[in-house]
Design a protein around this ligand. Structure first.
Ligand code: F6R
Length: 242
């Protein structure tokens, strides 16, 4: 794993955007795997600024998001579809039909998971997957104990994840209890992975990841076995904060 420690969140976001822009310029038909949550927001902001200033085009790019809450339609401001449209897609020239996110209001979750995997396969897989990490080591919504072989599936969210994500909802009761997520096996098929880690609250997770232990009780640990992972972390996450 390549590790790059940046001064702060601003620099981390800039470094992540630089990598994404480089890959899109080298391959305008790139398939990008994207994440939601607080961490990538600054990166998306930088991509938007670059798109307006330098004209980097996403016309031929396809994106697959990691996950979506079950029960939330795209019009719901707390859905990940809504987040992605607001934070990125509506501000760049990507074709909205090329932005794939699991359907949170599907009538048939089994079929929806299969459909998502098939779409990914038809595209030849993800070229560059952007990831965040939960304090409990989750990647996507793959909570501790998820099989490393898992593909896109329905998950019950851990109570720690529900608590962590309650900050985006009017009250904790409104946080959905389930989600559809790419599996760990799905994520591991990406050709390249870019993991962003910011803030002191992620320090313990980073330490555990870098310990080299590979254990299903700490989902992100599988990244130790991926051939092309870059971790960008700020000083606070690296334990070098003031
Ligand atoms: C988001 C996702 C999650 C987050 C993780 C970290 O699509 O799949 O795994 O990356 O929960 O979230 P933040 O960035 O809010 O700390």
């Amino acid at each position: 794993m390549k590790i790059n420690i940046l001064e702060d969140y601003q620099e981390l976001s800039q470094a992540a955007a630089t990598i994404l822009i480089d890959r899109v310029k080298k391959n305008p038909k790139s398939t990008l795997g994207l994440a939601t949550g607080g961490t990538p927001k600054g990166t998306y902001q930088q991509l938007i600024t670059d798109h307006h200033q330098n004209g980097t085009s996403y016309q031929h790019v396809t994106t697959f998001n990691l996950d979506e809450y079950l029960g939330l339609a795209g019009e719901n401001p707390n859905s990940y579809r809504y987040f992605m449209n607001a934070q990125l897609f509506h501000h760049i020239d990507i074709k909205i039909e090329n932005t794939l996110i699991p359907n949170g209001v599907t009538m048939n979750t089994v079929e929806e998971c299969q459909r998502y995997e098939q779409l990914l396969e038809a595209k030849g897989g993800v070229d560059l997957q952007l990831l965040g990490i939960g304090s409990n080591g989750h990647i996507g919504f793959n909570e501790p104990g998820t099989s490393f072989e898992s593909r896109t599936h329905v998950v019950d969210l851990a109570s720690t994840t529900i608590k962590a994500n309650a900050r985006f909802f009017p009250s904790i009761e409104e946080v959905p209890k389930q989600a559809i997520t790419m599996g760990i096996g799905t994520i591991m098929k990406s050709k390249e992975i870019l993991l962003l880690v910011s803030g002191e609250q992620k320090k313990a997770a980073v330490q555990r990841l870098l310990s080299g232990e590979v254990n299903e009780e700490f989902p992100a640990s599988i990244l130790n076995q991926h051939p092309n992972v870059t971790i960008l972390m700020d000083k606070a996450a690296a334990g070098q904060g003031d």
